[in-house]
Design a binder for this molecule. Structure first.
Ligand code: FES
Length: 145
């Protein structure tokens, strides 16, 4: 059975080959989450990105999928740099011995974040304008009756 070593926790465990890393971590009492994300995470559905860990040498883990990369890339507003060895523990299977660092520092991609925020501002402007116009016309129509 592969041995998973948790670098920050100074602990090692044997895990079934092919086990889901997030589930194994939670079973062993090691959490990939910090703060409120313990309660607000997506429970392993590749949606929130809060279960990120660093596989130190990148070996022993299943390959990263495109869906996982999309989640690691941030959300609608904030773009994050996808570091080579950062993985979502909920999307990673244990294939061989590995060293895992919990709570890796994730860096923001400033250029992409600026672009996303700009696009979000333009879309918000148009949506609010249409909603405002619609509300104005609706209340104006009600007033006439
Ligand atoms: S738990 Fe949400 S992406 Fe892994």
């Amino acid at each position: 059975m592969p041995v998973v070593t948790f670098h920050n926790e100074y602990r090692s465990f044997e895990v079934e080959a092919g086990a889901n890393l997030r589930q194994a971590m939670l079973k062993l009492g090691v959490t990939p989450y910090m703060g409120l994300s313990m309660l607000t995470n997506c429970r392993g559905n590749n949606f929130c990105g809060t279960c990120a860990v660093e596989i130190v040498d990148g070996k022993g883990a299943s390959p990263r999928s495109q869906d996982e990369e999309a989640t690691l890339g941030g959300n609608l507003a904030i773009a994050k740099i996808i570091e080579k060895n950062v993985r979502l523990s909920c999307q990673t299977s244990v294939r061989a011995d590995m060293v895992v660092k919990t709570h890796p520092v994730r860096h923001i991609d400033k250029q992409k974040t600026k672009e996303r925020l700009g696009l979000l501002a333009v879309v918000s402007f148009f949506v609010l304008t249409f909603v405002g116009m619609f509300a104005y016309l609706f209340f104006d129509m009600i007033k006439k009756f």
